[in-house]
Design a protein around this ligand. Structure first.
Ligand SMILES: [Zn+2]
Ligand SMILES: [Zn+2]
Length: 345
C-alpha cells in the first residue's frame, strides 16, 4: 500500500509498504480520508528525528473497518468509522474520571498515543486502530469526516470546558477561523446561545465565519481589541478561544476578556502570557480563568459526531489525491487552504 511517511526531518515521501495485519484488540481501517493539520507541519519541520523513523503522518483519519484482530467484537467489516485522536488506555484514573485526553500513558510532558504522532497514522491506504478508538460514523461521509477527530474535537473540549458561561446574553470570541476555528464557530452556533464574534486577518476566513453563524466578524488588521471592547460596553467578553496562539492573538485574548471571564488557548503558535501575580488589572482583569486546552475526550467526540449527523457541523474541505500530498502540504504552509485539506487514498 502507499503511505506518506516522514523519512527525515523536513522530508515527506510516498512509500510503498506492506498492508498491516491487525493484532489483538485492533481493527484495520481502509482509509477514506485524512485531514492535514498545522501540527503535521510542526512535526515536519522539527529538526530532531522525533517522532521516530519512517512515521506515517495523519491524526485526522476516517474510513471503513476492513479487518478484525483477535478478540474484536461488536463491529463489522465495512462499518464507517472515525479514528479517535487520543488513544487513551481507558483504565487509569484520569480516563476513568472522563479526562481521557489527559490519560497517564502520555506522562507529565508528552501526550497519550496519537496516530500519526507515534503509531502510524491515516495518510495511507490502511491503518491499524484499537477498536475502542474507532467510532461509528453512521451516515456521515467518511471521505471528509477525518477532521472531526481533531479540528472539531479540540474546539468541542475547549467549549465544553466553559459551557456554563455561554448562556443567553453572553459573548464568545473565536480568534482564527482556520481548520479548528471554522468548526468552533459552528459548535458555538449549534449548541450554545452565546453571541459569536470571529476574528481573522483574511477576508475569505471572515466570510467563512459569517456563513457558519458568526454574529460579527472582526478584521484583526484593524484594532480588533478596541472594536470588541466597544461591542461589550468596554467591559469585555465572557469567553475567548484562541486558535492561533501567536503573541498578538494571546495579547488580544487577555485584552478583551471580562473580569471572571475565561480564555482557552488552543493554537500552538508559541505566544506567551505577560501578566504577573500583582494588582495590575491592565494585563489581566481579576478572576480570569486561563486554560491550555488539549484535544478532547471520547465523550466530546461522540458529541461532535452527533452534531455532524444532524448536519450542524460541516467541514469545509479541499480533497487532494494521496499522491498529491506535497501540494496539499505546500498549500497549508502558504495559508492557501480554506477550512481543511484532506488526502484521499
Ligand atoms: Zn491536529
Ligand atoms: Zn488512561
Amino acid at each position: 500500500m502507499r503511505a506518506v511517511k516522514l523519512t527525515s526531518p523536513g522530508t515527506l515521501e510516498l512509500v510503498e509498504t506492506p498492508i498491516p495485519e491487525p493484532g489483538p484488540g485492533q481493527v484495520r481501517v481502509k482509509v477514506a480520508g485524512a485531514g492535514l493539520c498545522h501540527s503535521d507541519l510542526h512535526v515536519l519541520h522539527l529538526k530532531s528525528p522525533w517522532p521516530g523513523p519512517a512515521l506515517t503522518l495523519g491524526h485526522e483519519g476516517s474510513g471503513w473497518i476492513d479487518a478484525l484482530g483477535a478478540g474484536v467484537t461488536g463491529v463489522t467489516e465495512g462499518d464507517p468509522v472515525l479514528v479517535n485522536l487520543i488513544w487513551s488506555c481507558g483504565h487509569c484514573r484520569p480516563c476513568v474520571m472522563g479526562r481521557d485526553n489527559a490519560c497517564v500513558s502520555g506522562g507529565r510532558h508528552n501526550h497519550p498515543p496519537t496516530p500519526g504522532l507515534g503509531p502510524d497514522g491515516a495518510m495511507a491506504e490502511y491503518m491499524l486502530v484499537p477498536v475502542r478508538h474507532a467510532l461509528p460514523l453512521g451516515d456521515i461521509d467518511p471521505v471528509t469526516a477525518g477532521p472531526l477527530a481533531d479540528a472539531a474535537l479540540t474546539p468541542m473540549r475547549a467549549i465544553n470546558s466553559v459551557r456554563d458561561r455561554l448562556t443567553p446574553g453572553s459573548t464568545a470570541v473565536v480568534i482564527g477561523v482556520g481548520g479548528l476555528g471554522h468548526l468552533a464557530v459552528q459548535i458555538l452556533h449549534a449548541s450554545t446561545s452565546a453571541r459569536i464574534i470571529a476574528v481573522d486577518m483574511s477576508d475569505d476566513k471572515l466570510d467563512l465565519a459569517r456563513r457558519h453563524g458568526a454574529d460579527l466578524a472582526v478584521d484583526s488588521r484593524g484594532d480588533a481589541a478596541e472594536q470588541i471592547l466597544a461591542e461589550s460596553d468596554g467591559y469585555g467578553v465572557d469567553a475567548v478561544f484562541d486558535f492561533a496562539g501567536v503573541q498578538p492573538t494571546v495579547d488580544l485574548a487577555t485584552s478583551i476578556v471580562a473580569p471572571e471571564g475565561v480564555v482557552r488557548l488552543v493554537g500552538l503558535g508559541g505566544g506567551g502570557l505577560r501578566f504577573g501575580a500583582d494588582a495590575d488589572t491592565r494585563a489581566l482583569p481579576w478572576g480570569v480563568d486561563i486554560r491550555k486546552s488539549y484535544g478532547g475526550t471520547l465523550a466530546d467526540l461522540t458529541e461532535v459526531i452527533a452534531l455532524a449527523a444532524q448536519q450542524k457541523l460541516t467541514v469545509e474541505s479541499t480533497v487532494y489525491p494521496l499522491d498529491d500530498f506535497q501540494r496539499a502540504f505546500d498549500d497549508l504552509d502558504a495559508g492557501r487552504v480554506t477550512g481543511r485539506a484532506i488526502l484521499q487514498p
